[in-house]
Design a protein around this ligand. Structure first.
Ligand SMILES: NC(=O)c1ccc[n+]([C@@H]2O[C@H](COP(=O)([O-])OP(=O)(O)OC[C@H]3O[C@@H](n4cnc5c(N)ncnc54)[C@H](O)[C@@H]3O)[C@@H](O)[C@H]2O)c1
Ligand SMILES: N[C@H](C(=O)O)[C@H](O)COP(=O)(O)O
Length: 315
């Protein structure tokens, strides 16, 4: 059975409830090691009124100072604890004591308050491993990879660069191993409409051509090739039911371009995977859900369980 280090996320949010409630299910799939210490676990269990399950394997030592859990609050103490829990999980993976890392959700503002310079897990992993990690979210019916992710919208257009996008497409193709042609979105409305509404599509098209040519040459086939990537698709129709029939994998130019349709369609079952890294990291596709934390609300656990299952299916 694969071993998985589970970083506990922001303890003021719903992650710990997911971990406690799904332990029996998860431990039938993998051997989980929860990156939380006994004091914080005890406190969370009491506040949630959920007993600590048997065989709930945790850390022997504290990795960050204990603090009073305040459900739904953004605070630096829980930000620091969440970050240290994540670091611990990554260390286990680096040392090959576990096969993968699964992260429960953190709060970005809490990380910032704690003085952590990363916008999220993917950003941190990119730095830890000096590798161009790729953020991909979704489920087998539809995965979306993000060319730009946690940056302000005004920085998206200047980030569309032929060389970087070519590299991204090739890395994505190698690590996601899509069975079908991948749908690449354009940036501008109506794919720029021949330059009337913007011209970043020219750069996107060049990157696609570069990537398709490289993959075609690597394939070395004389038969009519099936291109790896489409030409830039019109974003507002790319997710309509008829178009979706043709694709399982999309590349979006920015966060909400890809994740708004994905979460509208598959929020419950979707997961988050970090590709193109020396370790495997999966996560839920949702956040800390501060609005419902410690309120006795029934949570959707599918994203968490699917994030664990993906690890088992990954080879
Ligand atoms: N993997 C991660 O660490 C991760 C992922 C996404 C967002 N975030 C962060 O989480 C914080 C809060 O983000 P947000 O409020 O935009 O989104 P969110 O996903 O936390 O919440 C959006 C809505 O979905 C509901 N929801 C979320 N997960 C649920 C579940 N499992 N069961 C039932 N309802 C659920 C919430 O109650 C809320 O109404 C932000 O800082 C964001 O950046 C972290
Ligand atoms: N963009 C992700 C989402 O919407 O689910 C999320 O913020 C998580 O990012 P990291 O994987 O970098 O923590």
């Amino acid at each position: 059975m694969k071993k998985v280090a589970i970083s506990i996320g922001d303890l003021n949010g719903i992650g710990i409830q997911l971990a406690l409630e799904n332990h029996q299910t998860v431990s039938k799939i993998v051997e989980p090691l929860y990156c939380i210490d006994s004091k914080m676990l005890q406190q969370a269990s009491e506040k949630l009124n959920i007993p600590i399950p048997n065989n709930f394997q945790i850390l022997e030592e504290e990795t960050a100072p204990s603090f009073e859990i305040e459900p739904g609050m953004v605070c630096k103490e829980s930000g620091r604890y969440a970050y240290n829990s994540f670091i611990e999980a990554v260390e286990f993976a680096k040392e090959k004591k576990v096969d993968a890392v699964c992260t429960l959700p953190i709060h970005k503002k809490a990380w910032e308050l704690a003085g952590i310079d990363y916008k999220g897990h993917t950003d941190a992993l990119r730095d830890f491993f000096d590798a161009e990690a790729i953020m991909m979210l979704g489920c087998p019916r539809m995965y979306v990879a993000l060319f730009t992710e946690h940056i302000p919208l005004k920085e998206v257009a200047p980030s569309i660069d032929e060389k970087k996008l070519t590299r991204f497409l090739l890395d994505f193709h190698r690590t996601a191993k899509p069975a079908k042609t991948v749908a690449v979105l354009s940036l501008n409305p109506h794919a720029g409409d021949g330059g009337v509404l913007g011209n970043e599509e020219e750069i996107i098209q060049k990157a696609i051509d570069n990537a398709n040519t490289t993959l075609r040459q690597a394939q070395g086939t004389v038969a009519e090739p099936v291109e790896a990537f489409t030409s830039p698709l019109v974003p507002d129709v790319a997710f309509t039911p008829n178009i979706r029939k043709h694709y399982t994998h999309y590349v979006a130019m920015y966060h909400d371009q890809g994740l708004a349709p994905l979460k509208a369609l598959y929020f419950d079952e979707g997961i988050n995977v970090s590709l193109n890294l020396p370790i495997l990291r999966t996560s839920v596709d949702h956040g800390t859900a501060f609005d419902i934390a410690y309120k006795g609300v029934e949570l959707n656990s599918l994203s968490y369980v699917n994030a664990i299952k993906y690890i088992v299916s990954f080879s």
